[in-house]
Design a binder for this molecule. Structure first.
Ligand SMILES: [Fe+2]
Length: 379
């Protein structure tokens, strides 16, 4: 399968993976199934939900499989629970009951079990995030990424539990901020930003007797930065809780790879570059070293542009070096060529990936994509 971005999706392409979207009742559910042939109406649906693209069947790439990082049903159930808890918080001015937190706790346990069972912790997938439901989906992703980073660090299961719970609850304080400010397309005024800056404290205040001290401190400090330029308190490195430092990395990574009202999502490679540039100023260097072992710069199935001018598709990633995967070369006429190991094959040491490969003027890309919508006819 290949990952095809929104603008390149055409009628006749065949979905290689189920597409989950938010339906009219705002429930995260299966809307388009694997094997479905895309038509204009489906493509419009994908566009209107603001998702980045879809995985498509393609000759020459049948061996590329992209599994969901966590089971889609679990994801759907988790998002629905997060939504209920956040809504309860909003409607009751912060007075959520113990049972509600227990429900989230059991979601965290299920997530930890699922992630611990994985053979490979690499977050090798482009995730679909919907604009309207950003907060709930984002909190789940931050929890999942934090748990995976925590496993890589070697945290115990009870530590992973606190970390995951903090991930699910970290932005609950945003429920007391008007949606118009949270989703404002333009630049925030100073006053509006001051209001946004209250969300970590309001969350920790309301959750005080419901979650452990460590969870509270993590939620309260997830926007602090090592150099003291973060908020709400401007704490410096030694005074920031360890879990908060993990949440901070996962929070920024997931936020920047998502579409927001004020900007488009960035590809993982761009975000990784940004995050690495903030090592030791905003983020803890050791934590980053674990984080970059669980995420990838170029997810499997995506097109990339090489420094020799060739187009290629990512076939396999190495956690030991996320910038140098195995790629499958595509010639200018769309012919699918050999696999090249950018990490271990000495003949290709001088070649680097320079960008993602979704350039509309690339003839190899057009030819490969054309072959995908002819696929149905050829069967
Ligand atoms: Fe936040």
């Amino acid at each position: 399968m290949l990952f095809v971005t929104n603008g390149h999706l055409k009628p006749g392409m065949i979905l290689a993976k189920d597409v989950y979207l938010y339906n009219n009742n705002n429930f995260y559910a299966l809307l388009l199934t694997k094997g479905q042939v895309l038509n204009n109406s489906y493509i419009k649906k994908i566009h209107s939900h603001g998702i980045d693209g879809a995985y498509i069947e393609s000759i020459g790439f049948e061996d590329i499989e992209v599994d969901s990082y966590i089971d889609d049903n679990l994801k759907s159930e988790s998002i629905s629970q997060i939504k209920d808890v956040y809504y309860e918080f909003k409607m009751s001015s912060g007075k959520i009951n113990d049972l509600t937190v227990k429900r989230l706790s059991s979601i965290v346990d299920t997530l930890i079990n699922e992630i611990l069972c994985k053979d490979d912790l690499t977050y090798n997938v482009i995730d679909f995030k919907n604009f309207d439901n950003y907060t709930y989906h984002h909190c789940l992703n931050v929890a999942v990424l934090s748990i995976s980073t925590g496993i890589s660090i070697g945290l115990s299961e009870s530590e992973l539990h606190d970390l995951g719970l903090a991930g699910l609850l970290h932005d609950i304080g945003k429920m007391s901020i008007p949606v118009e400010i949270l989703n404002k397309p333009g630049k925030l005024t100073d006053e509006e930003f001051e209001l946004i800056k209250t969300h970590p404290i309001s969350a920790s205040k309301f959750l005080e007797n419901m979650v452990s001290y460590k969870v509270l401190r993590a939620i309260e400090s997830h926007h602090e930065k090592l150099d003291g330029t973060g908020y709400p308190y401007g704490k410096k490195a030694d005074n920031i809780s360890y879990y908060a430092k993990i949440l901070a990395v996962c929070d920024v990574y997931d936020a920047l790879t998502s579409d927001r009202s004020y900007r488009k999502a960035a590809f993982p490679n761009e975000v990784i570059e940004y995050i690495m540039g903030c090592a030791d100023t905003h983020f803890d260097y050791e934590i980053l070293n674990h984080f970059i072992r669980i995420i990838v710069a170029y997810p499997i199935g995506t097109f990339v542009k090489l420094s020799n001018g060739k187009l290629a598709v990512v076939v396999k990633n190495y956690s030991e070096n996320i910038l140098r995967p195995i790629v499958r070369i595509i010639d200018d006429d769309g012919t699918v060529g050999e696999d090249v190991d950018l990490l271990y094959d000495n003949d290709f040491m001088n070649i680097t990936i320079v960008d993602m490969g979704y350039d509309y003027s690339n003839s190899g890309l057009s030819a490969v994509l054309e072959s995908t919508y002819e696929l149905k006819l050829n069967k």
